[in-house]
Write a protein that binds this ligand. Structure first.
Ligand code: KG4
Ligand code: ZN
Length: 361
């Protein structure tokens, strides 16, 4: 099975070919990601209209390069999979329409993929992980804990009631005058900072409600920064280190509850695993905290390679393969209309205000 994946839901234009043959491990034949960071940097965040135009300009070339790298022609593909939501609708239209046109011209099936499903299934591409497992998705637009029970079978156990975690990193960076994207720059500044100088709140810590919240932490950072202005480099480093410590502590509290719930819900699952995905998974403090938590709780900690953790098209091609193989592809992807909001778990009630402000909300 060979599937071309296309991803255009935010600020990366990406295409990839993934192959699955018999019982062998799946192979990523090509994986091309063009980041638009430079186009958006001057604005301190992703500008939807600029993103959509940049996708239009780049996508043809990226798809051609992905096919050439993989050494396959359009005719060799079994299907084309494209992100159809959630995300910025302009970009989604570009990717899905391109995929529809190619699939129609080549007479191939078209699979409309939920971007979050791409993240959720990546650990099966990279590590062959068996269902069920627990997923922590921490990106610029999402902060969720999901029980991944099967292809198309997800239960959302927690989400953010305000900002996404990546968004909190980006806003903190902006407040402190650090360049976009904020996450990596906050992490870098924190290296030379004192994490105990500021006692920032640990949002939701100890709460029986399983969800996340980061907007109060962001406000506390703003107040601390305003109180000691003008900020020296050391002040910035100390704020970043203290912010990161608060984030790690809050995450640990929320995730440990989910680990307990996973054990109760799936008592028969030997070797339970927590998978982490999304750009914030690049953060070494966050990663080390989660790893320790898993070791203590008897869970395996699975962190796919960073380039498959952040937005990419290999995860979309792989979700396409999983759907084809399970026979759960949409009857007709050609009729699918892009959805800027598309929860993976349609049963759990939407959280009021959750992630509504993020670029990918
Ligand atoms: O998954 P991703 O590449 O795109 C989205 O789907 O949003 O995640 C991007 C987010 C941004 O908010 C970025 O600041 C954050 O991930 N991020 C980090 C780090 N690297 C990226 N946050 C904290 N520490 C990092 N090292
Ligand atoms: Zn993503």
């Amino acid at each position: 099975m060979r599937v071309l994946g296309i991803e255009t839901s935010c600020d990366e234009t990406a295409a990839s070919v993934v192959a699955l043959e018999g019982d062998a491990a799946p192979k990523i034949l090509s994986n091309i990601v063009l980041s638009q960071i430079e186009e958006h940097a001057a604005f301190g965040g992703v500008v939807p209209e600029i993103a959509a135009r940049a996708h239009v300009e780049a996508l043809d070339g990226i798809v051609e390069a992905a096919l050439a790298d993989a050494g396959v022609a359009l005719a060799d593909l079994d299907a084309i999979a494209a992100t159809a939501g959630p995300g910025l609708v302009g970009g989604l239209i570009v990717g899905l329409m391109t995929a529809k046109a190619m699939a129609a011209a080549a007479g191939k099936p078209l699979i409309a993929v939920n971007h979050l499903e791409g993240h959720a299934l990546t650990a099966r591409l990279t590590d062959g992980l068996e269902f069920p497992y627990l997923l922590l998705l921490v990106s610029g637009g999402h902060t969720q804990i999901l029980a991944v029970r099967g292809v198309g079978d997800y239960q959302r156990w927690a989400t953010t009631i305000d900002d996404a975690l990546g968004e909190a990193f980006d806003k903190t960076a902006k407040m402190l005058g650090l360049p976009y994207p904020g996450g990596p720059n906050v992490e870098k500044a924190a290296l030379s900072g004192n994490a105990s100088r500021f006692a920032f709140p640990r949002p939701m810590k100890g709460s029986a409600q399983p969800d996340f919240s980061f907007s109060g932490l962001k406000t506390a950072v703003r107040q601390a920064a305003t109180a000691i202005e003008p900020l020296s480099d050391q002040d910035v480093a100390d704020i970043c280190a203290s912010f990161q410590a608060a984030v790690a502590d809050a995450l640990a509290d929320r995730v440990s509850r989910a680990l307990e719930r996973f054990r109760e819900t799936f008592p028969g699952r030997g070797n339970p695993a927590l998978v982490v995905a999304g750009g914030v998974a690049a953060n070494r403090t966050v990663k080390a905290t989660l790893e320790r938590l898993c070791t203590d709780a008897g869970f395996s900690f699975v962190a796919p390679p960073l380039k498959l953790c952040t937005d990419n098209a290999a995860m979309i091609a792989w979700a396409g393969i999983e759907r084809l193989r399970e026979g759960v592809a949409q009857e007709n992807g050609f009729d699918f209309v892009p959805r800027s909001r598309w929860p993976l778990d349609s049963v759990s009630a939407p959280m009021v205000g959750s992630g509504r402000r993020g670029a990918k909300a």
